[in-house]
Design a protein around this ligand. Structure first.
Ligand SMILES: [Zn+2]
Length: 77
């Protein structure tokens, strides 16, 4: 099983994000994003994300599932 941090790094790589510690800004994979609008945060037990253009959590979670990214606590929901 890979660590949450490795999942975080994989997600950033997939979304061409740039990370500063446990925060990253990336291209949202759920809409046609020309200006990075996806915020990603790594917490102790989960990866959080927020699209500033309004993509839903369920769309983003589906992207993660389809790409085998485990995002921690959220997956239990
Ligand atoms: Zn989006």
């Amino acid at each position: 099983m890979i660590s949450l941090f490795e999942n975080y790094e994989n997600l950033i790589e997939l979304t061409q994000g740039s990370a500063r510690g446990d925060q990253a800004i990336a291209f949202c994979p759920c809409h046609d994003d020309s200006n990075p609008s996806l915020s990603i945060s790594l917490t102790d037990d989960k990866i959080l994300f927020y699209c500033h253009s309004g993509c839903s959590q369920s769309e983003l979670m589906r992207f993660c599932r389809n790409n085998n990214i485990q995002i921690g606590g959220f997956n239990a929901l």
